[in-house]
Design a protein around this ligand. Sequence first.
Ligand SMILES: Nc1ncnc2c1ncn2[C@@H]1O[C@H](COP(=O)(O)OP(=O)(O)OP(=O)(O)O)[C@@H](O)[C@H]1O
Ligand SMILES: [Mg+2]
Length: 598
Amino acid sequence: MNRINILDDNTANKIAAGEVVERPFSVVKELIENSIDAKAKNIIVEIYEGGQQSIKITDDGIGVHPEDIKIAFMPHATSKISDIEDVFTINTMGFRGEALPSIASVSNTVFKSRTAEFEYGKEISILGGNLEYIKDTGCNVGSSIEVNNLFFNVPARKKFLKSPQRESALITDIVTRLALAHNRISFKLFNNGKNLVTTYASENMMDTIRFIYDKNTCENVINFEEHGDVLSVYGFIGTAELSRGSRNNQSVFVNKRYIKSKLITTAIETAFKSFLMINKFPFFIVFLDIYPEMIDVNVHPTKSEIKFKDERVIFKAVFDVVHKALRDSRINSFKEVQDDFIDVLEKKAEEEKLLQEKIEILEMPIDLKFENSPLNYKVLESSVDSVFEKKIELTTPTQTQSLERKLPSLRVVGQFHNTYIIAEAKEELFLIDQHAAHEKILFEKYRNQIKNMQVMSQLLIIPTVMELSPEDFSTYIENKELFTSTGFGIEVFGDETITIREVPIILGKPDLKNLFLNIIDNLKNMGTGLTVDVKYHKIATIACKAAIKGNDPLSQVEMVRLLEDLSYIEDPFNCPHGRPTIIKMSVNELEKKFKRIQ
Ligand SMILES: Nc1ncnc2c1ncn2[C@@H]1O[C@H](COP(=O)(O)OP(=O)(O)OP(=O)(O)O)[C@@H](O)[C@H]1O
Ligand SMILES: [Mg+2]
């Protein structure tokens, strides 16, 4: 075992300096990394009140030599490097000798440790950076560290902390990532005595994925690996089923260090793009094992970023491996997605043909239809019925609709590309994006219903049961009322599992799981301090987007109805995302374009 040394100023000055401890989760990350470096086989993390009250980490690693225990808390004291050159060849998580002194300066820290060669251990207590005591103690081989009252002497920092649930979710997140990367170590995390994460040491990473995620995740990941002399890239990519509205389920590890890397994320997402048209972020757990000489880990104070010597080589290697894995996997899970897609296309073509026939009949002059063919009349009747049935949500009037017309009375000329309605009024030509318009109508209705606390919900015949990640679950709990007031009937159903029983009628039959997770992701990204109205606005925006389906040939009746509805909403000109719904052109402008006039 290496003894702890203090880095000379020259070396210390070359180490990326800055804030090491930003919030409770950074403490947990640093301490777990110390346990990993100490070759622990079991790491137990216990937090109280999201780590704000206390964080305790116990390991069965090699421990600290009794004479070194005080030195460990001095700045730039480390057993992992002795000069700056070592940074380029290290295979430990730590190297700065900064974590313990930083943590101990903003908390009351008690550290106990014992190595195998001694019968007793040492205990040291530090309060706000000042030594309180050191004493001999009886303890197992290994270390345990307790960090109490974090930021008690830095009120500005404390103020920035989020709710205990949120902080505990961040801690859960980092523990799970570290556990994923270190499948040979058993991890346990408890918050207020409640077990949140348990993994058991295993040689097989798939076991760890099962411990951390669930069975469904295991069934939907594809394993890949490519080993080279200097670089190995391996891990798991998820099928479309696991894609999400945020990048939460993406983990990148370089030499087992969990890092954020735009370069690698982009390489993987680009590889995905050629296979799946999804507006979501793919699931992946990707490991790069690379010669330490090829990277610089000393670029960020929290060690969460890495600099690669040759970024292009890394990008290409990662892209190629993931691309190949996706290509090969098309024979199984990805093929399904493709087949589904082809099915949908074929069905769509059939429907289009049928509808076109109906539209033709509808567009015949009325008297002609009556007089000439009773058969046609029958067809017409049924097509009108089905049209109204289909669009019933679109045309349900609400008392909140404004009575003032915002658009002139429009005459429908036709539909272009199953997407745009062409209409005219007096001297103007109107092009209307039908999906944006429909979405905006729904959005205003829904938002008004929320504002007036009049959201109508429908009971689902088969409730949707969802097992959430701890972070998603805590976001849900924090925003429970928000879901109730926007028309979602949700019950908690055991640990981190919810049952959705009711959804707002106005949304029809949305893809509920995705919609719920999308709302959760957005709430998470919004942070705290925002008004309820901003959150309502966001929920309504996401929900209405989910309620609108893709290209849809519309009948004359439907188009007229849609434009009428659009005329009476508050702002018919923009969709909820701020994009235009209507493009107008006057005869004058048109004539200028044709150079009829100057
Ligand atoms: N759980 C532990 N088990 C054994 N030794 C430990 C443990 N935690 C800390 N140490 C010792 O204390 C030293 C200081 O720890 P500290 O986390 O401050 O620095 P580091 O890990 O060397 O570098 P970094 O600041 O990058 O984390 C370590 O180098 C290690 O020798
Ligand atoms: Mg450390």
